[in-house]
Design a protein around this ligand. Sequence first.
Ligand code: MF3
Ligand code: CO
Length: 279
Amino acid sequence: MFGRQDVIEYKTTEQFVKMRRAGLVVAAVHEAMREAVRPGVNTKELDEIAEDVIRSRGGVPSFLGYDIGMGPYPASICTSVNAQVVHAIPSKRQSLAKGDLISIDVGAIVDGWHGDAAITLPVGEVSAELQTLTSVCEDAMWAGIAAAGTGKRLGDVSNAIQRCVENAPREYGIVTGFGGHGIGTQMHQDPHILNYGRAGKGVKLKRGMALAIEPMITLGSDDTVEESDGWTVVTDDGSIAAHVEHSIALCGDGLWVLTAPDGGVGRLGEAAISQLALE
Ligand code: MF3
Ligand code: CO
């Protein structure tokens, strides 16, 4: 789908420190979105808040003007509501209502380095079914991240995501048409990361890689269709979807979740590097 830089870019520790700055800008936008998402707000307002946070922290919104041949993307975030899976364009005409589920995807560039991450948030109170959909998607992302150690293979990440979803008490669709990606001096780089696959297969994971891991799951189908705006991706059966994403760095001595405020320590424990020295 996206034209990716088709060679893996290996980063130095100094370059990861630069990527961390972009990651923290993205994390700050997520914080602002947690505050702003509520019944009655429209998704264009969310986009304006997000752009302000990015620019006030010295970043540039990477999605704005992003062009893959369909014309430039017109906003700084993607706001995908309910059956919208990813890449939905913020709009004044789309007001959030209690019970909706929204995925907010944010990208920022600082000093030439990218950060990219998404959260799924409830609008007011949502059904138990949607709360569980969200937590299974988050758990699957963290399972994928935890499987991404140096010396493992890409299939270990994909398989960990798939197994986490399949072990949930209910059946979910794992969206097949989109996946994660390498990230660095471009938003989308090799390798492409499927959210399902076989352990032990695929590219070897090495120190210096940075990956964006982003499962998308649904209450129904794993299939999606693109709307006529050329961007918005919706489930083909109208079922509700969740999507979360973090950008991570494979350091020699552990993982650094660049877009998590705590660097991933809370979810990964000892598997995360102690980044105190690097902050
Ligand atoms: N952040 C999305 C991803 O993870 C891409 C956003 S598409 C854009 O792949 F057009 F909005 F930039
Ligand atoms: Co991404």
